[in-house]
Design a protein around this ligand. Structure first.
Ligand code: GLC
Length: 424
């Protein structure tokens, strides 16, 4: 299995946004939104004391949710480092990254790092329209070359310090980028980061690592953020590995007052939708300043885990199907197993065009109980209780009135091999 296949096989991961902004507890962009100076932000840095941090507990929760990898912020846009970088003293008092990566590896899970290309703390990072000091830039000039060598050296440090890393999530480039309705001035991209050289360094240090697409160069996978693509993703017409990153409540960093949590059912549907389109889902948690995943997020993860325990067969090892799913449904497929996910509960029956002669057996996945099926004569007229109107080749699954008590019911279909067409 190559590195792309390994990445796609892992399918469902945990994104961790953690840093000094957890102390402010109002989103990781708060320093930008509130236009705070370094001095004003310092109190969050000073009071970041994650005394309850237990990386094995985070990883155990991810595993309980059925996740198979995680990606953690080594540095976010605020520039604060969670590992003992020797290139700055703007960093946590102990290594918060290494123990998490080790805990992942101990469970055989994939380990990834997020590193912000943007840095609102570094004194040589040129002020631009996204910088917290954009309205009142301090006097003096700034030298992007000095920042660039810091950036390259930090990435080198991360990729030599912790052994093999599965993915590097660099974030982000913004030349000509529109933010809150305005083109951002001073936007930065490949020339500022010297992305070709950075990529070369990454490749030479860790040839197996997959890097994302946000350094203003094509990467190994694309990163839809907070939306679900409507089909498998492509670049220049060719299929490309992709990973949707999604929040639980709209915020990446811990956001105390934000209760806008997606339901377990919605998140499970998003995971299924992702796999049905051949993508990965990286679902975020924003641990709090003491180092804990808040109870609401933890409950959601456990809820997803309850579904995954019974249904992970329709997720892992599966990808898109060449069959077209009926309305309100998603198909995933692995070899001769086709999985029908019912996002809404149909009345009485669900019709599957093209499956006559292919469906050998059908069962609910959650309890292994048979789901009956029939193939109605397409020529029969509708009369009284006899339905009609299904195209030739349609199989009808006969469903109970009440849905099973799981977030998304799944029907596992055992397929017979396709018969060579008689027309041929
Ligand atoms: C964005 C945001 C950010 C978050 C990230 C996750 O670009 O700036 O706060 O880390 O996306 O994809």
């Amino acid at each position: 299995m190559n590195n792309v296949e390994r990445f796609q096989e892992r399918r469902f991961g945990m994104f961790v946004h953690w840093g000094a902004y957890a102390v402010a507890a109002r989103n990781e962009w708060m320093r930008n939104r509130e236009k705070l100076t370094d001095a004003e932000y310092q109190r969050y840095v000073d009071h970041f004391d994650p005394d309850l941090y237990d990386p094995a507990a985070w990883v155990a929760l991810a595993a309980e949710a059925g996740m198979r990898y995680a990606v953690i912020t080594a540095k976010h846009h605020d520039g604060y480092c969670l590992w003992p970088s020797e290139l700055t003293d703007y960093r946590a008092s102990r290594d918060l990254i290494g123990p998490f990566l080790h805990a992942l590896r101990d469970r055989g899970m994939g380990a990834g790092l997020y590193y912000s290309l943007i840095d609102w703390h570094h004194p040589q990072f040129p002020i631009d329209g996204l910088h917290p000091l954009r309205d009142e830039p301090p006097p003096g000039s700034r030298d992007i070359a000095a920042y660039r060598s810091y950036l390259h050296a930090q990435v080198r440090d991360l990729l030599t310090r912790y052994g093999p890393i599965d993915q590097l999530f660099l974030d982000f480039s913004y030349v000509g980028h529109v933010h809150e309705g305005q083109v951002v001035w001073g936007g930065k991209g490949a020339a500022d980061w010297d992305s070709p050289a950075l990529l070369e360094t990454i490749r030479s240090l860790q040839p197996e690592l997959l890097v994302n697409d946000r350094m203003d160069l094509p990467g190994d996978f694309v990163t839809p953020e907070q939306y679900q693509p409507s089909a498998p993703m492509t670049v220049d017409g060719k299929p490309v590995p992709w990973e949707a990153c999604q929040t639980m409540n709209g915020s990446w960093g811990y956001d105390r007052e934000n209760r806008d949590f997606k339901s377990v059912g919605l998140l499970v549907r998003m995971l299924i939708d992702t796999v049905a389109k051949d993508g990965n889902l990286l679902l975020n948690v924003g641990p709090n300043a003491r180092g804990e995943i808040d109870p609401a997020s933890a409950d959601i993860l456990r809820g997803i885990g309850r579904w995954m325990r019974l249904h992970e067969r329709s997720i892992y090892g599966c990808g898109p199907s060449s069959f077209t799913a009926p309305p309100d449904c998603r198909f995933t497929q692995r070899g001769d197993r086709l999985y029908l996910h019912l996002f809404a509960w149909p009345f009485d029956a669900v019709h599957l065009p093209g499956l006559a002669g292919r469906l050998r057996y059908a069962q609910f996945l959650h309890d292994g109980s048979e789901v009956a099926h029939e193939i109605a004569d397409p020529d029969r007229p509708a009369y009284a209780t006899s339905s009609a109107g299904q195209e030739r080749g349609t199989v009808t699954l006969l469903l109970p009135t009440r849905p099973p008590e799981v977030e998304v019911p799944v029907i596992e279909i055992f397929l017979a091999p396709a018969q060579p067409s008689s027309a041929g």
